[in-house]
Design a protein around this ligand. Sequence first.
Ligand code: SF4
Ligand code: SF4
Length: 181
Amino acid sequence: MEDLKQKQSLFKDVQKMVQSCIQCGTCSSSCLAVPAMEHTPRHIWRLVQLGYKEEVLNSKTFIYCASCYYCTLRCPRGLPLTQAMAKLKEIAVKTNLKKHKSSMNFYKYFVKNVCCHGRVNEIELMTNYLISTKNPLVFLKYAPLGMKLMGKGKLPFGNALKEKGILDVLFRKVKEVEGKI
Ligand code: SF4
Ligand code: SF4
């Protein structure tokens, strides 16, 4: 019940963010992630405007948003599109949407990893993420790719340690902005 209320209230926030979208399609034509998306950004904003909450939240469009801000920069209405995508991700996390659990786990471990090392430590990130899937078969699926990348020197050991602490100020500021400290 609480989840439902929260979902509705956050979804309304997204609706407010895109209410003046004129469906020009500039965001879709600017977005490099479109080929991976089920709905283009323009389409997703129309669905949001019309209140198709479940359809929007069940799609992977916002999961594939790379937060590059290009659509936000180019939208002729000046809409906060990247924040709207982030808000959809927030709904998925806060209401524990089953469909996006694996993607959300990936985000969680990614942020933890960067926060801890100051940059991505790919080996640690993928190990933690794959363990979280509780499925030994995914290890087997990714093992050949991991070996190949290691063979080409693309997965260096220990490099991340040099950057430890470098992003602490940034993470502290984010927590401050979010009212967590
Ligand atoms: S660029 Fe802005 S106005 Fe145009 S479709 Fe996208 S959100 Fe709507
Ligand atoms: S911020 Fe997200 S939706 Fe916008 S252009 Fe970048 S990847 Fe696409």
